[in-house]
Design a protein around this ligand. Structure first.
Ligand code: SF4
Length: 129
C-alpha cells in the first residue's frame, strides 16, 4: 500500500494505492473519479510537460541581424512540449531537443520538432525571436 495526494483540484484528497499487478492498481480515498484516473496515470504511465531550450542556428544572416538589433541577446530558444510527455522517454526527448539548431525568425507556438519520438506530441517555441 502506498499513498499520494491528488493534485487535480484544491481538495487534495489523500489517495491510498494498492498495487494489484504490473498494470492494475486499486485506489481509495478519492472523492471523485478524477482521483482514480490521476493515480492510475501517475503510477502506471507518468507524464510531464517538458520545458527546455534549443540552440540557435547562427549560420543564417537572420540570426546575425537579430543579434545586432537586440540589446538582450539570448543564446537559446525556450521550448516546451504541447502535451504531457511519457516520463520514461524524457531523457531521449531532451537529447533530441539539445541537438536541434533552430533557424530564426521563430514565432511563439511554432513547432521546432514535430511528432517527437513518434508520440504525436510537438515541441514548440515559447518565445518569438
Ligand atoms: S479525488 Fe477528486 S475531489 Fe479529490 S483532489 Fe482529486 S479531483 Fe479533487
Amino acid at each position: 500500500m502506498s499513498e499520494m495526494i491528488c493534485i487535480t483540484c484544491p481538495m487534495g484528497c489523500h489517495l491510498h494505492i494498492e498495487q494489484i499487478s504490473d498494470t492494475e492498481i486499486a485506489v481509495t480515498g478519492n472523492r471523485c473519479h478524477r482521483g482514480e484516473a490521476y493515480a492510475k496515470e501517475e503510477i502506471l504511465s507518468p507524464r510531464r510537460v517538458v520545458t527546455a531550450t534549443c540552440a540557435i542556428d547562427m549560420s543564417s544572416g537572420v540570426a546575425n541581424s537579430y543579434y545586432s538589433e537586440n540589446i538582450y541577446r539570448p543564446r537559446r530558444v525556450p521550448v516546451r512540449t504541447t502535451a504531457a510527455f511519457p516520463k520514461e522517454r524524457i531523457p531521449e526527448l531532451l537529447s533530441q531537443i539539445y541537438a536541434l539548431k533552430v533557424k530564426l525568425p521563430v514565432t511563439a507556438g511554432q513547432a521546432v520538432l514535430h511528432d517527437a519520438l513518434g508520440t504525436g506530441i510537438d515541441v514548440i517555441a515559447t518565445r518569438t525571436m
